[in-house]
Design a binder for this molecule. Structure first.
Ligand code: EPZ
Length: 429
């Protein structure tokens, strides 16, 4: 599938942000640990989330879709701890079922996680954490097999800050005997959201949002109703869209505090940013100012916003440097952006960007989720038509992306064949 678009319109208006995909993955996994039904609200309707819900249904949980953004999960009917299938292999978040299933049932067999190809993505820290809790793990035939007769609290010091490992160990420690201390924990908003959700089921987790998390094991978890926080990265993508298209966007239903690293870069680039209780307004400017960016764990600048800010800086006056310090292979989209006229040189994990006046439309391919979204932003600012191919990646994490962009004045359409691309190009001149 492709997005075809005609760039040039400044994006103007309001956009409403959905629930955080990466929080939702942890929260869905947590739901399988409850003794009673769990209702999850503000769930994004995106492919990765629907794949994980499918995996939870496949192990026997009863799933009821209350509406597009609410689901009821009754885990009392789970009849296996073996999680397999194509959908599971493709997503990253399936690894949270290792922590939650072994935590609740003492055993889990989960297909090795996939996810975006943005560099090697080992799970050694997850396995090291499980070991500290008395959980044995083995990787065989593409499956992670985790097992324990008695999960006990332990002390874990992560070698690097890992969102996934922090959430996974929190899940596994929730029903353990005794207290678990996680040091050098990830502080991302979605880590806090998963902890809050577990606490609403009766868990005893303190310190989430700092780099030391303490989990006091409890005997059981009960059902709950929980609403997921807004998606920091979806919000950031639309904020950056205002900068890239010289627009004026009110990004609604956000937690401005979670966006501060992005806001501060937009200000350095000369945009106007106004914060409200649950919204931020970004006004672009005719010529952006160059700046330097280094991706870091929260509260640093998020790696998941690196491609989008690179697109903006590629249109800024002067030279900018973007350093990717989380994933080693997250500049693959730069070749595609070069086809649109960007002047960027990548050396290792550093991109040196010489700003150009404008992009020209081209046929490009999304290499992963966030880079795909970034190429769409580039296309919306470009002269002429742009086709972004392989948008399946984008659909994994952005709900109704094209519809939301059209609401801001973008001329963009989702298509799945050459004929429709031709038709769009002939109709939209
Ligand atoms: C999560 O990935 C997100 N995915 C990613 O979002 C996000 O880019 C990333 O966190 C960083 O914020 C999900 O939540 C499903 P990490 P995760 O463990 O958990 C290394 C998106 O676009 N590491 O925080 O896989 C790792 O290689 C996606 O929505 C180990 O070496 O990231 C990386 O360099 C893409 N061993 C660093 O740590 C481990 O055991 C951070 O990874 C675990 C991680």
């Amino acid at each position: 599938m492709q997005y075809v678009m005609k760039g040039g319109n400044p994006l103007v208006g309001d956009v409403v942000i959905g629930g955080a995909k990466n929080a939702a993955l942890g929260i869905l996994a947590a739901a399988v640990m409850a003794d009673g039904p769990v209702i999850i609200e503000n769930l994004p309707d995106v492919k990765d989330i629907n794949a994980l819900i499918g995996a939870i249904a496949a192990i026997g949980a009863r799933i009821e879709r209350l509406d597009r953004h609410r689901v009821k999960i009754d885990p009392s009917t789970i009849n296996t701890v073996k999680v397999t299938g194509d959908a599971v292999k493709k997503i990253r978040g399936s690894y949270y079922l290792i922590g939650s299933l072994v935590g609740r049932f003492g055993k889990a067999e989960v297909e090795l996680p996939g996810g975006c190809n943005i560099g090697s993505r080992p799970i050694d820290q997850h396995l090291k954490g499980f070991k500290a809790l008395g959980i044995n793990t083995e990787v065989a035939r593409g499956m992670v097999i985790a097992q324990s007769n008695r999960i006990t609290g332990g002390h874990i010091y992560f070698d690097m800050v890992s969102v996934g490992a922090t959430i996974n160990i929190m899940l596994a420690a929730t029903l353990a005997d005794g207290i678990t201390t996680i040091e050098n924990a990830a502080k991302e908003p979605h880590v806090v959201d998963v902890a809050n959700m577990l606490n609403s089921m009766g868990a005893n987790i303190k310190g989430a949002g700092t780099d030391v998390i303490r989990v006091k094991g409890v005997k059981a978890l009960h059902g709950t109703t929980y609403s997921i926080i807004p998606d920091q990265i979806e919000a950031g993508t639309f904020m950056m869209a205002a900068a890239v298209t010289k627009g004026d966007i009110m990004v609604k239903n956000v937690i401005p505090k979670h966006l501060e690293a992005i806001t501060s870069k937009l200000l350095e680039m000369g945009c106007q940013v106004s914060e409200f209780d649950d919204a931020v307004r970004v006004v672009g400017r005719p010529k952006l100012t160059h700046t330097h960016v280094k991706t870091l764990p929260y509260p640093g600048f998020p790696t998941d916003m690196q491609p989008q800010i690179t697109v903006a800086l590629a249109l800024a006056g002067g030279t900018s440097i973007v350093t990717e310090s989380i994933f080693e292979n997250r500049f693959k989209y730069v070749d595609e952006l070069t086809k649109m006229g960007a002047s960027i040189k990548v050396e290792g994990n550093v991109a040196i960007i010489d700003g150009v006046e404008s992009f020209s439309g081209a046929d490009v391919t999304a290499p992963d989720l966030r880079a795909g979204a970034a190429l769409v932003l580039a296309g919306l600012s470009a002269d002429e038509h742009t086709v972004v191919d392989d948008i399946e990646y984008i659909l994994r994490g952005y709900e109704r992306f094209d519809e939301k962009l059209r609401g801001l004045g973008a001329v963009i359409s989702m298509v799945d064949n050459e004929r429709d691309i031709m038709k769009f190009k002939l109709e939209v001149i």
